[in-house]
Write a protein of this length. Structure first.
Length: 78
């Protein structure tokens, strides 16, 4: 779709697809790891993991996802 709408930059379309693939894969991997480690860490410090982990997990997932997307796009596309 990107290549059909931006014909002058169609050569960058595969690299952009690679950036999106890597960012989504890294975000999924990090959210899975965080989903295990954050409740364990909260239980260790005495907090209720069912109540407190959602905020931390969402924050970590959002930061890692956006960081990967912007970082990979900067390194590979620009």
């Amino acid at each position: 779709f990107y290549a059909s709408r931006q014909p002058e930059s169609a050569s960058q379309a595969p690299m952009l697809a690679l950036v999106i693939l890597l960012a989504m894969s890294g975000s999924c991997l990090m959210s899975g790891i965080s989903g295990v480690l954050i409740p364990l860490g909260l239980r260790r410090v005495g907090a209720d993991p069912a109540v407190a982990s959602a905020i931390f997990l969402t924050t970590v997932t959002d930061i890692v996802g956006m960081g990967l997307m912007l970082g990979l796009a900067t390194m590979l596309v620009l």
